[in-house]
Design a protein around this ligand. Structure first.
Ligand code: ZN
Length: 150
């Protein structure tokens, strides 16, 4: 298992150093911002919906390795999905990072963040960008604080 853990850490660092989908995608028609004062993470998520499908998604911001990697991995995981699919994926992801459920195949690369369950204080780092995305998809252009919920 320690080799797997090393691989996951290497992938997290890679997404932290070279975040995917960084920036505002062309035609983005909604955004929301998230802040995690406990860690100092700030993230802004941009999205474009076509019908019910997430046609484009990107993010900007600054934060710790986990929050940045979580944002980068999320943008790859949710592109092309419907709002309902994004919500289902977030439920599974949330169960994984809080240790309530083991990762399953539907999580794909998001599994590299499974180790967060051993660090409860970092759950907010890993979920911040998801809360911002859900707020953006709901059409609420606002600052999301993870102080309220994980
Ligand atoms: Zn953080």
């Amino acid at each position: 298992m320690s080799e797997l853990r090393d691989l996951y850490q290497a992938m997290i660092l890679d997404h932290y150093k070279k975040p995917r989908n960084y920036g505002r995608p062309a035609g983005a028609d909604r955004s929301a911002e998230g802040a995690n004062p406990l860690c100092g993470d700030r993230v802004q998520v941009f999205a474009r919906l076509e019908g019910d499908q997430l046609a484009a998604v990107g993010f900007e911001g600054s934060g710790c390795a986990i929050s940045t990697a979580a944002a980068s991995l999320m943008t790859q995981a949710v592109k092309g999905k419907s709002r309902a699919e994004v919500e289902t994926l977030f439920d599974r992801y949330h169960e994984m990072v809080t240790g309530k459920a083991k990762p399953d195949a539907s999580l794909g690369k998001l599994e590299v963040l499974a180790g967060v369950r051993e660090f409860p204080a970092r759950v907010k780092c890993a979920t911040l960008v998801w809360h911002a995305l859900l707020a953006a998809l709901a059409g609420r252009d606002e600052i999301v604080s993870t102080e309220v919920s994980e």
